[in-house]
Design a protein around this ligand. Structure first.
Ligand SMILES: Nc1nc2c(c(=O)[nH]1)N[C@H]1C(S)=C(S)[C@@H](COP(=O)(O)O)O[C@H]1N2
Ligand SMILES: [Mo]
Length: 513
């Protein structure tokens, strides 16, 4: 076959379109194969996951700040855009020097193959989607290129154009169709959700006391004291949420212990369950942010499991690992003292939602999620801080993450226009496992006024507060600060979320009509 050298603008455009079409076909077919043989080996997800693991912590922070819990959609969109650009360039290069573009696209597929295979928890067919992507990309690109460079004089020009369009659009459409069928197939394998819905959780032997009415101040717009599961913030590194059948789940406790323990789901369900309200917060939560929620967790005390294993007195940390390779380092004493550190299976009366760790996660009052709240947990290694570092510690975050004393204004919202006269200022305050003793509010830098505090569910949860305000016309600045049960006053000194959590006073500007 003879390749004419593409020089014209039209040729360049058509070559770019061919590159794109080949890439769409490759991705579509690879995602389809992944959906059928091994959903977690989806090339998109493994490349995205690789980027998440490689990303410096400022990038993670920026992503959360920009997109909140939509950070994953943003990442996948970004990957798609970059891939589209690379594919277009590969098409143009291929038309100038046959083989160059194909090598680029083939190498991308090979990269997906390698990342999928070295990922923790990779299955026996993890290599297949990447291979499919590489082969389809190379073959489609080489074949489609022929329609950009038809053998001269054989066909009329309009026929050439038709042939080019037909093939380029047809190949891309095949890829898109495979993508759609693949995601439908993946939906059909969502049987884990059916297993989850059918579960009946055991009743707690130590139930959480009912939430008293006085825990909830009746202020419109104020955050509910117990967060419904569907509204609970979600933060994790998992692009594809691990879907674990409880029948296949087990937890291994090993390391500096007298005897290794492995418990199955059925064995866990047979153990006595405790229930507690615990407020979970993310270290990436900015002052005034919403990466915090409060739920009633059902689980078996970790203290009792660790006691069964017999912890070496030299140990000072438990490294928990999830099914997808995330790790957290929890100070041993937080898991062995009398707090409600749970190996949790239930959230607000339901089995854990899949995105919140189904079937089993950890919840530890008083510590940020990244050092304690491992979802889809499968291993606990009793060890020492000077021996091993956890996922976020190796990315610049503090190895220990006790929560900080914080308070937030929910009502009125920033920029909200309110009427002059009787108004209410209200919000939330927390320092889990220490407790909040008071909240103070000041307006326009004036004197601090004591807010009314709702009844706290416990020291392990956040608490609502409110203050009546006779609002005068004009612009106003409202600030709040909490006082802990230890008598500490929340610091005004601002701190960034890295390395161990944001601090400073929440400030809201409003204008009163
Ligand atoms: N397996 C796994 N568990 C994880 C994480 C993760 O990335 N992977 N993130 C942690 C972080 S940073 C937080 S703040 C909490 C969030 O829990 P949630 O999504 O249920 O709110 O989960 C923790 N557990
Ligand atoms: Mo977090």
């Amino acid at each position: 076959m003879t390749h004419a050298i593409a020089t014209g603008r039209g040729d360049r455009l058509r070559s770019a379109a061919v590159g794109l079409s080949a890439a769409v076909a490759a991705v579509g077919l690879a995602e389809f194969v992944a959906a059928v043989v091994e959903p977690s080996a989806s090339p998109f997800a493994v490349i995205g996951g690789g980027l998440i693991d490689l990303a410096p912590s400022w990038a993670k922070d920026a992503a959360i700040a920009l997109f909140g819990t939509g950070d994953k959609v943003a990442l996948l969109t970004g990957i798609a855009l970059v891939l589209a650009a690379v594919a277009a360039v590969a098409g143009i290069l291929e038309s100038r020097r046959p083989g160059v573009g194909a090598t680029i696209l083939g190498a991308l597929g090979a990269l997906a193959l390698v990342i999928a295979m070295i990922r923790p928890g990779a299955g026996p067919f993890a290599w297949l989607p990447g291979l499919v992507a590489a082969v389809v990309a190379v073959v489609a690109l080489r074949l489609l290129m022929r329609t950009v460079h038809p053998v001269p004089y054989l066909r009329a020009e309009s026929e050439e154009r038709r042939r080019f369009l037909l093939w380029t659009v047809g190949v891309a459409a095949t890829g898109l169709a495979a993508l759609v069928v693949g995601s439908v197939a993946r939906g059909a394998t969502r049987s884990i959700e059916a297993v989850r819905t059918a579960l009946r959780l055991p009743a707690p032997v130590r139930p959480a006391p009912a939430v008293v009415a006085a825990a909830e101040l009746d202020v419109p717009g104020l955050t509910a004291v117990v967060t419904p599961n569907a509204e609970f913030y979600r933060i994790d590194t998992a692009l594809i949420v691990p879907r674990i059948d409880p029948a296949d789940w087990s937890l291994r406790i090993h390391g500096m212990v007298e005897r290794e323990i492995e418990i199955t789901w059925d064995e866990l369900l047979a153990l006595p369950m405790s229930e507690a309200h615990v407020t979970l917060a993310c270290v990436s939560n900015e002052v005034g942010g919403s990466l915090i929620g409060n739920a009633r967790w059902l689980g078996h005390p970790l203290r009792e499991l660790l006691a069964r294993a017999g912890v070496d007195p030299q140990a000072d940390m438990v490294l928990s690992t999830s099914a997808d390779g995330f790790t957290a380092s929890t100070p041993l004493e937080a898991l062995t003292d009398d707090r409600d550190a749970l190996l949790a299976i239930g959230m607000n009366g339901d089995p854990l939602p899949i995105e919140h760790g189904f079937p089993v996660r950890m919840v530890v009052p008083g510590l940020f999620g990244y050092v304690s709240a491992t979802k889809w947990v499968t291993q606990l290694e009793v060890t020492r801080f000077d021996r091993v570092a956890a996922y976020w510690t190796t990315r610049g975050w503090s190895e220990r993450g006790p929560v900080k004393l914080q308070s937030r204004i929910d009502v009125p919202r920033r920029g909200q226009r309110i009427e002059a006269g009787d108004a209410v200022i209200a919000g939330m305050a927390w320092q889990q496992h220490v407790g909040v003793e008071g909240v103070e509010v000041r307006i326009d830098g004036g004197p601090w006024q004591r807010a009314e505090l709702a009844a706290a569910i416990s020291a392990d949860t956040w608490v609502q507060w409110r203050l009546d305000w006779s609002a005068e016309s004009g612009a106003h600045t409202i600030e709040c600060r909490a006082i802990s049960a230890d008598g500490e006053t929340q610091t005004s000194e601002p701190a960034d979320v890295v390395p161990d959590g944001a601090q400073g006073w929440h400030r809201v500007e409003v204008s009163v009509a």
